[in-house]
Design a protein around this ligand. Sequence first.
Ligand SMILES: CC(C)(COP(=O)(O)OP(=O)(O)OC[C@H]1O[C@@H](n2cnc3c(N)ncnc32)[C@H](O)[C@@H]1OP(=O)(O)O)[C@@H](O)C(=O)NCCC(=O)NCCS
Length: 165
Amino acid sequence: MDSAEILVLQASYTNPVHAEAIGVVLNHYAEDPMGGGQSLAPDLLRRLPEELAKRPHAFSVLAFVGGEPAGLVNCFEGFSTFACKPLVNVHDVAVMTKFRGRGLSHKMLRKVEDIARQRGCCKITLEVLEGNDVAKAAYAKLGFVTGTRDPSQGPMLFWSKYLQA
Ligand SMILES: CC(C)(COP(=O)(O)OP(=O)(O)OC[C@H]1O[C@@H](n2cnc3c(N)ncnc32)[C@H](O)[C@@H]1OP(=O)(O)O)[C@@H](O)C(=O)NCCC(=O)NCCS
C-alpha cells in the first residue's frame, strides 16, 4: 500500500466528515467479536460526536485511507493523583477489517502519544480483553505493559459496576 494514501489526524468533532467517520468505525468495532458483536443504535452514533465535543477532556484520532474512514482511537484525559499530572485513557481502538495489518493502529497510537505529551500527561492507560492477542501484541510493540510497577502484586484488573437508567 502507498503510505501517501494514509492520513492520521486528531478529529474535529464539529467536522461532518470526521463525525461520520467516528460513527462508521465505532460501529464496525461494536460489531466485531472484540467489541461485543452488536451494532450500536444509529441515533447514538449520530449524537456521539456532539456529546464528545461538549467534553474538553475527550479527543479522538482518526485514520483515513484514500479518503475512506479506516481507524479510530477515542481518548479521555484523566488525572493521576500520585503524579499530580494528567493522564490519557485510551477508550476505543479500532481499525476497519479491510485496513488491518497495515500499521494503522500503530500510527494512530503514536499520534495519541504526541497529543498526550503536548497535554503534559504522565502516562497512557488502556484496557484490553485477555483473549485479544492481536491488540495485546500491538500494544506491547508500542511499549505498553500490563499491571503496575510492582509485578509481585499481579496484573491490574479492570472492574465495572453497571448503573441502570
Ligand atoms: C487490534 C487492531 C486495532 C490492530 O490494528 P492494526 O492497524 O491492524 O494493527 P497494526 O497493523 O498497526 O499492527 C500493529 C501490531 O499489532 C500486531 N498485529 C497486527 N495484526 C496482527 C495479527 N493479525 N496477528 C498477530 N499480531 C498482529 C503486530 O504486533 C503488529 O506489529 P507488526 O506489524 O510490526 O508486527 C485491529 O486488529 C482491530 O481493530 N481489531 C478489532 C478491534 C479491537 O480488538 N480493538 C482493540 C480493543 S482493546
